[in-house]
Design a protein around this ligand. Structure first.
Ligand SMILES: C[S@@+](CC[C@H](N)C(=O)[O-])C[C@H]1O[C@@H](n2cnc3c(N)ncnc32)[C@H](O)[C@@H]1O
Length: 282
């Protein structure tokens, strides 16, 4: 699957949105990912074609399966990613434990079902690729995350890719206005009095979880790059949602630079790990 196989272009294939905070527009995170497509996407894709960056430097490049490959979007929510993937010709099934999200995904014309990353209702090897863009944030217990990883490994075809998003526990240290940053960095947990606990990974732990489930050929990417937190801080300081082209382009250039420099992934709040289920058990 070209989109995931080429890792970051997975996000760069999304339709570009104009800059600016429109009413009803996607979150800053989603807007930023979409904006990444702007600029010179063909150059960016060429840059990634031979990309060996990642947790296992020197591993073979991921060979893509083109649309209409089948994708399971675990924790797909209302289908933010499933929509553009479906529009690109992929056959996508969204699974989410929140019924409201499943209804919203269906309202967008997507195939969607209630389900849990830790216990998927699908037979072994039934999808060309599995996305897990969110569930790991919500599983603070390591054994629960391990179940989610094992399930992703089980339902993807041998040779298929699993792409999972994780929050990076150190990125908040770049934010001058994040009182919980030190606690998150030290514990990997963000606890709220009235809300769920969120889990933040470190790079080594994220790779270890994927390997433990039997996945190989790992590559980890920082999606936001090092300037994203500065962008957010400046938005808060000025009260402006749109800081203009120059600030955005600076942040995007830094994010794209990060793609070829795996050491810099640690500066990104959102991480993407892409890994392959081997053809034979390891
Ligand atoms: C931050 S949202 C991300 C939604 C979407 N994947 C995206 O990238 O925009 C996290 C999603 O994970 C879902 N989730 C939480 N725990 C889960 C679990 N145990 N299994 C599957 N999904 C889960 C939530 O309901 C939510 O829709």
């Amino acid at each position: 699957m070209a989109a995931v196989g080429a890792a970051v272009p997975f996000f760069e294939r999304q339709p570009a949105l104009p800059a600016g905070g429109r009413r009803g527009a996607p979150s800053r995170h989603h807007r930023f990912l979409r904006w990444r497509r702007r600029g010179r996407p063909s150059d960016i894709r060429a840059h990634h074609r031979d990309d060996r960056a990642g947790a296992d430097a020197g591993t073979p490049a991921r060979s893509p399966s083109p649309a209409p490959a089948s994708l399971l979007d675990v924790g797909g929510g209302p289908g933010v990613h499933a929509r553009w993937l479906t529009d690109s010709g992929y056959r996508v099934l969204v699974v989410d434990p929140v019924e409201k999200h499943v209804r919203q995904a269906r309202d967008h014309g997507l195939a969607a079902a209630v389900g849990d990353a830790r216990d998927l209702d699908h037979v072994d090897g039934s999808f060309d690729a599995v996305l897990m863009l969110g569930p790991l944030y919500h599983l603070p217990d390591g054994s629960e995350r391990a179940r989610a990883w094992r399930e992703a490994h089980r339902v993807v075809k041998p040779g298929g890719l699993v792409a999972a998003a994780a929050l990076n526990r150190y990125a908040k240290l770049l934010d001058l206005d994040s009182p919980g940053a030190l606690d998150i960095a030290a514990t990997g947990l963000r606890t709220r009095r009235d809300g769920p606990t969120t889990y933040y990974h470190d790079l080594a732990g994220l790779g270890a979880e994927a390997r433990q489930a039997g996945l190989r050929d790992l590559a980890v990417y920082g999606l936001h790059g090092p300037a994203y937190e500065a962008l957010r801080a400046e938005e808060r300081r000025t009260g402006r949602k749109d800081l203009g082209e120059q600030a955005l382009e600076t942040a995007l250039a830094a994010a794209r630079f990060t793609d070829g420099h795996p050491d810099l992934a640690v500066s990104s709040l959102h991480l993407l790990i892409v890994a392959r289920r081997p053809h034979s058990a390891v």
